[in-house]
Design a protein around this ligand. Structure first.
Ligand SMILES: [Zn+2]
Length: 264
């Protein structure tokens, strides 16, 4: 009974928020990580995107006009993360706020010593615990360049991380994944990455990843989908953990695993 009610709701949402064929083809073609998906994966992604668009409320801020195409681009990038995860992964919140450009959040936070800080901005994106995702459209529009910088993937990786509390780089792992292995792998890689950034060493990974373990997870997620070769080259163990976590293998999908293995 419960199943059939859920199924009915799902079917209703799929019918109500049907994605236009032409817009869908355009959006798929814009993002490198979507270009090599198999037919069944494309079908699943489209279904997830349709349910996502039915579930989430988009709010245009700062005078922005949001088109169906823009909403679709956000939804597609958000849903690539959960292609093989629970469709309920983005549950418990509903709003996506989009500004025309970088924004000043204007909020404050209190640190452990009780000191109040004003978050200065400007920001390209922000994900609130059990609250909205906020995005700068200028930054969303720049994503899809396959350069490892993707604000939508970044913020939605934080959302997955927040399924068990603060975005600290330790999301809830799947059955069969090893928590100790995850911690050890990410700690070692994070320390190494901070040392490289401090030494002024350039890697393909955005140096912002050195900000905190939570940012490291979000930035490495961007890289995993857009420049997976750079991740497996620099941190093969992190790649393996992310492959298990996202239940996707972007390198396998590109048919380039041997190429990267032989280089490293
Ligand atoms: Zn972040």
């Amino acid at each position: 009974m419960a199943w059939s009610l859920r199924q009915w709701r799902r079917e209703r949402a799929l019918a109500r928020s049907r994605v236009d064929d032409e817009l869908w083809a355009g959006s798929l073609a814009r993002f490198g990580f979507a270009r090599n998906l198999g037919g069944a994966e494309v079908d699943r992604l489209r279904e997830l995107v349709t349910l996502f668009l039915d579930d989430k409320d988009f709010t245009a801020a700062g005078g922005l006009e949001l088109s169906d195409e823009m909403r679709l681009d956000v939804a597609l990038q958000a849903c690539i993360l959960i292609l093989n995860l629970d469709v309920e992964s983005y549950r418990g919140w509903s709003e996506i706020i989009v500004y025309p450009d970088e924004f000043f959040p204007g909020h404050t936070h209190t640190d452990e010593a009780g000191v109040v800080h004003h978050d200065p901005g400007p920001m390209a994106g922000e994900a609130w615990l059990q609250g909205p995702v906020v995005l700068s459209w200028a930054d969303v529009a720049r994503s899809g360049a396959d350069d490892g910088v993707n604000v939508v993937i970044h913020e939605f990786a934080h959302k997955l991380d927040m399924l068990n509390g603060d975005a600290n780089g330790f999301p809830p792992l799947h059955k069969g994944m090893n928590r100790a292995a995850w911690s050890r792998t990410f700690e070692v890689a994070y320390r190494d990455f901070c040392e490289r950034v401090d030494a002024g060493q350039h890697t393909q990974i955005d140096p912002y990843a050195s900000e905190s373990p939570g940012e490291f997870f979000a930035v490495l997620s961007e890289a995993f989908f857009e420049i997976p070769g750079a991740v497996i080259h620099l941190y093969p163990d992190v790649y393996e953990q992310l492959r298990q976590f996202y239940r996707q293998d972007p390198i396998e999908r590109h048919g380039a695993r041997t190429q990267w293995r032989s280089r490293s």
